[in-house]
Ligand binder design. Sequence first.
Ligand code: ATP
Length: 289
Amino acid sequence: MKVIERAPAKINLSLDVIGKRNDGFHEVNMVMTTIDLCDRIECTALDTDQIKINSSAAFVPEDERNFAYQAAQLIKKKYNIRQGVMINISKEIPVAAGLAGGSSDAAATIRALNKMWDLKMSIEEMMDLGAKVGSDVPFCVIGGTAIAAGRGEKLTPIASPPPCWVILAKPSVSVSTAEIYRSLSLSTAPHPDVEGMVKAIENQDYLKICALLGNTLESVTLSKVQEVSQIKEHMKQMGADGVLMSGSGPTVFGLTRYESRMQRIYNSLKGYCPYVYAVHLCGGMEQLE
Ligand code: ATP
């Protein structure tokens, strides 16, 4: 039997880091939304009791370090499954880019194995299991748009922002999320207006959403990856209504409602930046079926 799931990337429209917890994680307050840039996960049942991973991209581990492997391992243990699984990952989402590619692969694996092994896990059960793999996995299980608190796993789904184009540009370097958090100084870093962002989305106020884009981690990554400021400036000059770095970066996204402007921004970055995409916000998993 074979089950295929799409694994969409996310961007953070607002990301505030509130403090460091005793367990080593940071307490965050964020607004996350899925975009239609997707990996493709294909799970095939194996008769041997093994988890095998095959990825189309370099720099993605094909063993127990892969988040999809860890998700499958947790499921097999919890439900005492003797069958194995071959997980084929076709990567479209750039790796270590601040777009939660690995977390989304894990979430898609959970959804796929829930179907393949007819486990009848509820959404909440899938989210709880996902939280054991990583903080962003519960959000990636449900997708859409949500406020994420705690270490990112406490979710309140909200309406999706009004439709617009999202142009993404990632410099050639990647960054480690853990390293960015380690270098963060909470007293000096800026703190975005997360509540204001939630209100702007409720009101479907596109221009306000653009004005309130903010990310506490941006200043840290900016100081390490020069291209982040250059891409931001470039996108603004080319007419993006709002620009921000996603997650711990270094991917920068720009928003526009106009296709002609999207084309202009996309074309001007292509050739200058190794990874450039033009995609839409997507309302949720059902939009991707
Ligand atoms: P986040 O936004 O959640 O911090 P990210 O987009 O910055 O994540 P990922 O693409 O998830 O980063 O990759 C981070 C690291 O995770 C990679 O360097 C890689 O070694 C490891 N990894 C494990 N599983 C995967 C996977 N399925 N896809 C990509 N990377 C993976």
